[in-house]
Design a protein around this ligand. Structure first.
Ligand SMILES: Cc1ncc(COP(=O)(O)O)c(C=O)c1O
Length: 474
């Protein structure tokens, strides 16, 4: 070609949740008998959840409707009636909101909305990311900025709440940061931020004159007594904020591709208003987002069977979280925080238990050679190494914690498996594999290992495990 069209900045994009599937496909070619348990992707359909009848009926009614309007384009910013409904829906949870329907933007899945928001930032300006982060956010932000992401630490020893001191330091050090991303409830950790945490984050946004971006795609998925505090109420009339929500997680229809952005408090800042308009323009370029889910979105949420569906779903997921927590907490090498929201958990390896000499026994010679060649590639993190061995020996597919733009070594699991028996099997097998893998390093003297675990436990008890310690263990 007369010039190379390849953009080397693609290396800033990481999406191991899907990239690991390429590894799986290669393994299966070498060993067709290997059965895979996909615990990597947050898709309830793939994990056996049936589509509720009321949802299928709504879809059928809409496609059978006379006039066939749903087969055409919608308004570029989204079906106006649906945007008006979104405003009412938002105000049910945040009564002080002054949102109007002109400030709603419906996109083909929230993923598309996230990409548009980062794409339209002025050159060089940054949105600080949580670490760990959902990779679409961190990837699209850093790709737009053409630089590695800037992040604030989430602390596993404090139930994955953000390290506010770290956040403030970063805001002070980096005048290019114009916004703070909050993912709440959180993917990948399953954390839900406390009201105090959110109040402190709004205070920081106000102090440093930044906007907030609050990805709340899991906001209906809260377990037990946990409170989901409405950040729009806390930020009311104080800080510009983009709330990101979507359909994908509330009903088992992620293939609908329907998400939306809400631009709150645009009256507070002319620059924020202009930026919001530019994101709307960017979305215009895509003509419109998928028409069918937009047409029935209000009917889904207003359906008399919707609340019962959500309740049944949360009950099933809550059982899974308790089971996974029970099984993995018994493992001496892991630290496990049960999910308070969303459908993910991120157990982490205790400090110092991973080395580069550990392995699991792979019987199939070709598979063994393949895994050994993959783990000897440069830059393979210690937790990815474990994940590869786990896949090759058990077929369990999880995602390394280090692939979520994080300093922690561990893995993210989904809590979606429908069958209780299958769930118990997967997590008992996973726990055994962790033990066998860690203990396969005969050089890791048992006593010294126990010493390190004791230290890690003490630090966790006293809440002193600094991010420095964790990153040193990579
Ligand atoms: C935190 C978060 N935001 C956004 C998305 C994207 O959702 P959608 O299916 O609407 O593109 C996901 C999907 O897993 C997610 O976990």
């Amino acid at each position: 070609m007369r010039q190379n069209p390849f953009n080397a900045k693609v290396s800033l994009m990481k999406y191991e949740i899907r990239e690991i599937v390429d590894f799986v496909e290669k393994l299966q070619k070498l060993d067709p008998s290997l059965e895979i348990e996909f615990e990597n992707i947050g898709d309830p359909i793939a994990k056996g959840w049936p589509v509720p009848k009321f949802l299928k009926s709504l879809i059928n009614e809409e496609t059978d409707r006379e006039g066939d309007a749903v087969f055409g384009y919608t308004h570029s910013r989204g079906n106006p009636a649906t945007r008006k409904w979104i405003v009412d829906y938002s105000k049910r949870f945040s009564p002080s909101s002054q949102l109007d329907f002109d400030n709603i933007l419906i996109t083909s899945g929230l993923g598309a909305g996230i990409s548009a928001a980062y794409h339209m930032l002025a050159k060089g300006l940054r949105i600080i990311q949580p670490s760990p982060s959902y990779p679409t956010h961190a990837s699209m932000e850093s790709f737009a900025a053409e630089k590695e992401s800037i992040s604030y630490i989430l602390k596993p020893e404090n139930d994955w709440q953000p390290d506010l001191e770290d956040l403030e330091n970063k805001l002070q050090e980096n005048p290019d940061i114009v916004g703070i991303l909050i993912i709440n409830p959180n993917n990948p950790t399953g954390a839900v931020y406390s009201r105090e945490t959110l109040e402190a984050m709004v205070d920081l946004a106000e102090k440093y004159d930044c906007m907030l971006i609050s990805d709340e795609i899991y906001f209906r998925m809260i377990y037990g007594e946990t409170e989901f505090a409405q950040i729009t109420e806390i930020a009311h009339n104080r800080v510009p904020i983009i709330v990101m929500r979507g359909l994908s997680k509330d009903v088992p229809w992620p293939g609908a591709r329907c998400g939306w952005l809400e631009f709150h408090n645009t009256h507070l800042d002319e620059d924020f208003k202009k930026y919001a308009e530019s994101v709307k323009k960017r979305v215009l370029m895509e003509v419109c987002s998928v028409s069918l889910p937009q047409a029935i979105l209000p009917k889904i949420y207003e359906h008399p069977e919707f609340e019962a569906w959500i309740e049944e779903y949360l009950e099933g997921l809550s059982y899974n979280i308790n089971e996974i927590t029970r099984i993995l907490s018994e493992n001496p090498y892991l630290t496990v925080n049960p999910a308070k929201g969303a459908f993910y958990m991120m157990p982490i390896f205790k400090d110092g238990v991973l080395t580069n000499n550990q392995s699991l026994e792979i019987e199939n010679e070709k598979v063994r050679e393949f895994v050994e060649s993959k783990i000897s590639e440069p830059g393979i993190s210690a937790d990815k190494r474990f994940v590869y061995y786990l896949l090759a020996t058990t077929g369990i597919c999880i995602v390394p914690a280090s692939s979520f733009f994080s300093p922690y070594l561990g893995f993210r699991v989904t809590t979606l498996t429908r069958s209780k028996e299958q769930l118990a099997n997967i997590y008992e097998t996973l726990s055994k594999a962790v033990t066998n893998y860690v203990e396969s390093d005969k050089n890791l003297a048992h006593e010294s290992l126990q010493g390190r675990q004791g230290l890690a436990l003490k630090e966790l008890e006293h809440g002193t495990t600094a991010s420095r310690d964790v990153s040193e263990s990579i």
